[in-house]
Design a binder for this molecule. Sequence first.
Ligand SMILES: [Zn+2]
Length: 702
Amino acid sequence: MPEKTFTRTLVTAALPYANGPIHIGHLAGAYLPADLYCRYRRLTGDDLVFVCGSDEMGVAILMRALAEGTTPRAIVDRYHPMIEASFRAFGMSFDYYGRTTSPTHAETSQDFFRRLAEQDLFKLKTEEQLFDPEAGIFLADRFVRGTCPVCGYEEAYGDQCERCGSSLSPTELINPRSALTQATPVLRETTHWYLPLGDFQPRLEAWIGTHPEWKPNVLGQIKSWLNDGLKDRAITRDVPWGVPVPEDVAEARGVDVQGKVIYVWFDAPIGYISATKEWAARQGDPERWKRYWRDEQTRLIHFIGKDNIVFHCLMFPAMLMGYGGFVLPENVPANEFLNIEGQKLSTSRNWAVWLHEYLEDFPPDLLRYALATTLPETKDADFSWKDFQTRVNSELADILGNFVNRTMTFAHRFFDGKVPALTEPSEADREVLAQLAGFPERIGASYDQFRFREAVFETMNLARLGNKYFNDTEPWHTRKTNPQACANTIHVCLQLCAALGILMEPVVPFAAGRLRAMLNLTGVRSSLPGEAEAHALGWADAGRPLLEVGHALGEAEILFSKIDDDVIEAQIARLRGSAPTSAPEDEPAAPYEPLRDTITFEEFARLDLRVGRVTAAEPVPKSKKLLRLEVDLGFEQRQVLAGVAQHLTPDELLGKQVVIVANLAPRTMMGLESQGMLLMAEDRDGRLAPLTADAEPGAVVR
Ligand SMILES: [Zn+2]
């Protein structure tokens, strides 16, 4: 089969739900790989557009709004800017980041719906569904609650019991009630549109068959869907939040359109098209989106996590085929899941590293690099803070940073901050320059095959090569014994640094920019959106020496600082402290602790509770649980041991005005005497919070 040629590339990254912030599982699944790819392709001079946006429709947003007693609009208006800002700070190089509540998106989704309806590609089905007579709307699965017919749990959802895990349909629930109004729902007929995916199966199979190069984890999932036979999928819902079903289409079929919206899985991928349209309009060329969607010379790549494979590899392609004239994805390099510290990432348990929190403590490049080296490309992978520290300290700082630093130091100290001449190069000098020539193509091939871990490893190998060459040629010796050899070493090392200033750009763009400034290397093509500058230095140029002899270098600075152990310990403590110790996701909350027996006022009055200020807090050596506190009671100092080390860091207690039991008999633990007890509130998930009081130390609590 002749290889297809493409003259431009359109890249999409899965639309994040605007009902919560971004965490590193999202980054590792879709966003970082997409950004690595786009930045690399732009450096090659590719005509590339990278779109994404917030998915603001769907029941998940509505549920969140109901849980918080607010509107879906308020939810998406809160999270969309937050998501966009954290992506920007992380260095995501989108050409356009949209939102699916935009008018363009409603119009585009309705156009798709109408066009497929006109070609009679849908089925209509009428069935009985639960209806809330008080709210006057049909109740989607999650809006019905009742008693599980399997285990008797009284808070089961219409689609699933979260206690026993049984899949349910809303009509199976015993004593069903509306989650909106608590009213007892009634059965009522409703009509919905279905996409009969089975009708598309032969075409989908033929098309998938032309892509044996796709990742095995992606093909495996597709084949299992195809083997089961594709079923009809509902594409409309009766919920009060979403893109409305077009009235003319509903009227033509005699269906009451009131309250009917397009199901989110149908409209969300159309969001990529809407975003491209909005991008084109912003460029002042509203028709330009068509070049990227409706021209065979476009390479369309969808970056997603594995939970989205079926939508991007079967359903959306079927919709595109049905509409006609659209390009189909050339590849869908879906990633598997990222675990954290050996445990499944869970937002409900807060077992997650949140991007906006990470960015308060560290520069974006460190996470970009650490994640890029551990992407779950073919199987689930694990992120740990210790590994993060090792990647930063032993690789970014010790290999890349060290190589740049020693080269710059030599150049400034012994060569007046200028690139020395290469004169009568030795075998070793020539060999390193010859090796350099092969790096851009080799790294590029890994990027083009979506093997990002390999690409980043190979890029770091150039810095490894530089360090080895520096060590082998010993410029600190030759400086005195053979100045020409020393000059040659620094000349070659500076050329390697310049190459790294380009090749490192996709993975650590901020540091690569600083490196180019240190080298005073200008005229390099940007990896950010915009027209590719034809005459600028690009990816392939990194294989040849770029710095002229005598070129004046910029000022040297430290590229990467090492991270201390205590900084990493604090991150681990935050992760463990913020995650409730209770068990698996989706289990109903633990019951409240029962009330104890009644006591008399006299019994209570025997307790002497005092306010104290924590003046010192530190871990107790060899104890996982205890912190040693010094507490100022105003009239005296106490040493108090508190079993909270797995929940709170010393910093979280230091300076707090806490409450202690001041007349408790002293106890000795780990060889230290505890002269009182810190009062803590423990919630049902086992989380601890100290009791605090805005009163002077020594104040009596009663
Ligand atoms: Zn159950």
